[in-house]
Design a binder for this molecule. Structure first.
Ligand code: NAD
Length: 542
């Protein structure tokens, strides 16, 4: 085992490539895009050393071209989930005992594979399968995932160095043990980085995982599995299964060895999973760790002292990048009446210049929304807004699913601060704006705080420091990631640890030491050098 106090390589954020016209990376990623687009893949279940093809399959399609067939993935039955759990537990016997530096080396290699030879493949797969433009893919499936892997190694070594005081009579040591059992990782469609981080963070800490990716992210999930295998993650440490999410979850949550869930996705699904864990609590050998990052209804509020161009740019980027399908996307905005005419003009000018279409055409800022269910939901809210007297669509409002699931970036202005799209998470390119009277700044802060069940991200724009301080104070519980004079999206691993409270999650901050701490359980060892041989204390003397 350990024969040295090893120092891990310092973690640095992966530099973002520009993909500007004429750059080699642009050419490479487009070539890889074409190649992947025109090859059909067949994604098995990965259970231990086996690639299982059940021949009960679902097809994959790019959201921007839903008639194009990318291939299939295989769907698990109950017996496969049971097999995945057994396989993980078997793998745990060796993996949980492997020295930490060996585990670290595997995941550092995974990071280098992603930032190097797999970069264009993972980016192209994310562009195709999740309809991200190249910049959105690069910050996610190249940079953020490499950052997660590298920073997590650094955090792991900090956690292991965290030791209690000792004196000359006894040595106190803490072991940060992996959880006893297996971890269930359930991941959303919208970030390839989250999909990679949720199973690999517990695995880095010595745990084994059963990973269920989103049906809408399997195309890039398969490439993550290729990376994990090439990096040397041993068979059975991360098992990937697809299929009916409710069935898979039920089987997992009934296992006595279920020791934790690492979840990111919508709030309702998480609450349902939490309730099931509660129902099964007498089954488990250990209290499971429940870590979930969920929905958002993220805000921007501008003070009358704000710079209008800064505010309109934050809305253009914060609400519409990746079609608003970020948990942190700005979806409710509060603007002072005095600034509104100017911001409105700037916003309409920006949005009118957006181009929408396939990510293969790099001029497109906007691509398709993820699937038909999402498209139909967005269309329903847009149609409703067209009819409602207290709502007005000032730009956008059209949609078309004939080729891909395209929804125009849409701005609704409402006179009712509790209008449905100010409160409900739509998860698409729709932002709702409420105009407040300048003198009602304080009341508006209360409104921001009380309007939504969520508390993920929020931003305040102000040139007035007193107003910024007041908003920071009043909105203390309204967001887990709070931005002053910046948009509310774009958290970077190691710089802005990410997560929210209220209905937005357990706030265990992905991309921080805190998150990794959830995947270990401390054992304190006290070793006394010369043990006592007489029970009597001095106070008992004559
Ligand atoms: P989703 O809830 O539809 O799916 C998330 C995962 O849960 C998927 O793997 C899905 O298959 C699984 N799932 C669905 N139904 C299930 C069930 N009945 N039982 C068990 N598992 C089930 O979410 P999505 O559409 O993939 O992602 C969007 C959501 O994720 C949004 O609400 C967004 O705000 C949230 N999100 C949050 C964060 C964060 O850090 N807070 C990050 C990304 C996404």
């Amino acid at each position: 085992m350990g024969k040295g106090f090893f120092q891990v390589p310092p973690a640095n954020n992966e530099p973002i490539k520009s993909y500007a016209p004429g750059t080699p990376e642009r050419e490479e990623v487009l070539l890889t895009y074409k190649e992947l687009y025109n090859t059909k893949v067949d994604v098995p279940l990965y259970i231990g050393s086996e690639e299982i093809r059940t021949n009960n399959t679902a097809t994959m399609h790019p959201p921007h071209d839903h008639q194009h067939n990318l291939g299939v993935y295989h769907l698990a039955e109950k017996k496969h989930i049971e097999q995945a759990i057994e396989t993980a537990l078997e793998a745990r016997k060796k993996w949980s005992k492997l020295a930490w530096e060996q585990r670290a080396a595997i995941f550092l290699k995974a990071a280098d594979l992603i930032s190097g030879p797999y970069r264009y493949k993972l980016n192209a797969a994310t562009m195709i399968g999740q309809s991200k433009n190249i910049f959105q893919a690069e910050i996610d499936s190249a940079c953020e995932i490499a950052d997660f892997l590298r920073f997590n190694v650094e955090y792991m070594s900090e956690i292991y160095s965290d030791q209690p005081e000792s004196d000359e009579t006894a040595w106190n040591r803490v072991e940060h043990r992996p959880l006893e059992g297996f971890v269930y990782a359930v991941t959303p469609f919208n970030f390839t980085a989250i999909a990679g981080n949720l199973p690999s963070a517990p695995a880095l800490m010595g745990n084994v995982a059963v990973w269920k990716p989103s049906d809408s992210q399997v195309f890039s999930a398969k490439i993550l599995m290729d990376v994990f295998q090439e990096a040397g993650v041993p068979d059975g440490v991360i098992n990937m299964v697809m299929g009916d999410p409710a069935m898979i979850t039920d089987v997992v949550l009934q296992s006595p060895d279920f020791s934790g869930i690492h979840y990111t996705g919508s709030t309702e699904v998480f609450k349902d999973i939490w309730a099931k864990i509660g129902q099964n609590i007498h089954t488990y050998k250990t209290y499971p760790r429940i870590v979930g990052e969920t929905g958002g209804k993220d805000f921007i509020i501008a003070h009358p002292s704000s710079n209008t161009k800064e505010v309109s740019t934050a809305i253009s980027r914060g609400a519409f990048e990746f079609q608003g399908q970020k948990c942190s996307a700005a979806s409710r905005v509060y603007l002072p009446k005095s600034l509104w005419p100017q911001i409105k003009e700037e916003l309409i000018e920006d949005i009118s210049s957006f181009k929408m279409g396939s990510p293969e055409d790099m001029g497109n800022f906007i691509n398709a929304v993820i699937h038909e269910r999402s498209f139909d939901k967005l269309a329903k809210y847009i149609d409703q807004a067209k009819q409602d007297k207290d709502a007005e669509i000032i730009i956008g409002g059209n949609y078309d699913k004939s080729v891909g699931y395209f929804v125009e970036p849409t701005v609704i202005v409402t006179s009712d601060p509790h209008y449905t799209t100010m409160e409900t998470e739509l998860f698409g390119p729709v932002v709702t704006i409420y105009i407040y009277e300048d003198e009602k700044w304080e009341e508006t802060l209360e409104l921001v705080d009380n309007t939504s069940a969520y508390a993920l991200t929020g931003a305040i724009f102000s040139k007035d420091r007193y107003a910024a301080a007041e908003a920071t104070d009043k909105l203390q519980n309204a967001a887990g990631n709070f931005y002053i004079n910046d948009k509310c999206t774009g958290a970077v691993v190691g710089r802005q640890p990410f997560g929210g409270a209220r209905a937005s999650g357990t706030n265990d901050k992905a991309g921080s030491k805190l998150n990794l701490q959830r995947w270990v359980s401390q054992r304190l060892i006290k070793e006394t050098f010369v043990p006592a041989t007489d029970y009597r204390y001095p106070f008992l003397g004559e």
